[in-house]
Write a new protein. Structure first.
Length: 292
């Protein structure tokens, strides 16, 4: 058996793009070269790694077993290059996923500090909801994720790296805005503007608040925090979101904060695939996040 790094790179590239056309554009190889490399790899292994469905390549059970090993080997090859490189102390790319609040309000400070202290400038950031980010971790499209809820998938490992405070916002003219403190009874029959399924703020609301509120209803579901704030400001419902995300709207007087006599804290989580190879650069980034 003579498996090459090129074959493994092609294999991993195809898993991330699903079609030969998309993978060939990303890897700067022709479709014929990709197809040949994949065919040779499957021939050597004695197993197909993808199911062919309507011109798409769907990773099968054998491919799922190979993916974490291929990912590790490619990262170890980069480590070897870095070991003998005189150009930089830390080499390679850290692919980071971040949920909306962390990506917009926490990660920029982390990245700035990491670059300043480690002199490493190659990071890629993908910001979306926690559910999509966890799926990309499982597909080895991301190295690490910083999200607002603990990952539930058995192949992902979550550890706390920071804390956050949630808040409830309302339009300035809302009848409850004048009350110094609210109970859940005050929120009965209320309407809410919520983030989409898979977001951390929506999960917090459903798990920590919604079960205590009688006859609440959802007026809108939105996939951005700014849209949520604007809808609340226009009187379309109450909102539940991170105090970090709400701070500027509160300072500008666009919305007001309702003080509920209930704990509103949550944790920020650092998440990785259990089989992800932690190269020295990734370990440095993990340690830096935890120090912050």
């Amino acid at each position: 058996m003579n498996i090459s790094l090129k074959q493994l790179k092609v294999f991993v590239g195809i898993t991330q793009h699903a079609t030969l056309t998309a993978a060939s554009e990303r890897l700067y190889l022709s479709k014929a070269a990709l197809s040949m490399a994949l065919s040779e790899l499957e021939k050597q292994l004695g197993h197909p790694l993808f199911d062919r469905v309507n011109h798409r390549l769907i990773l099968n059970q054998e491919g799922q077993k190979l993916l974490p090993l291929a990912d590790e080997l490619l990262h170890r090859a980069n480590d070897i290059n870095a070991l003998f490189s005189s150009h930089a102390k830390a080499s390679g790319i850290v692919r980071i996923g971040a949920s909306d609040t962390i990506g917009n309000h926490v990660l920029p400070s982390i990245l700035s500090g990491f670059r300043q202290h480690k002199q490493h400038y190659s990071q890629q950031v993908f910001i979306s909801n926690s559910e999509l980010i966890c799926q990309k971790l499982r597909d080895f499209e991301l190295d690490i994720a910083l999200i607002e809820g603990q990952a539930q998938q058995s192949d992902l490992i979550s550890t706390v790296f920071s804390q956050d405070s949630m808040c409830i916002i309302a339009p300035l003219s809302h009848p409850l805005a004048a009350k110094p403190q609210l109970s859940f009874n005050d929120l009965a029959n209320s309407e809410w503007v919520l983030r989409e399924a898979g977001s951390g703020s929506r999960s917090f609301f459903l798990q920590n608040l919604a079960t205590h509120i009688d006859n609440w209803s959802q007026s809108f579901e939105l996939n951005t925090t700014e849209a949520l704030i604007n809808c609340v400001a226009e009187g379309l419902g109450l909102g539940c979101l991170s105090s970090l995300a709400a701070q500027y709207a509160l300072q500008d007087g666009r919305v007001t904060k309702l003080n509920l006599n209930h704990p509103m804290q949550r944790q920020f989580w650092l998440v990785m695939h259990k089989d992800k190879y932690k190269n020295p650069l990734l370990m440095q980034f993990i340690d830096f996040c935890r120090q912050q």
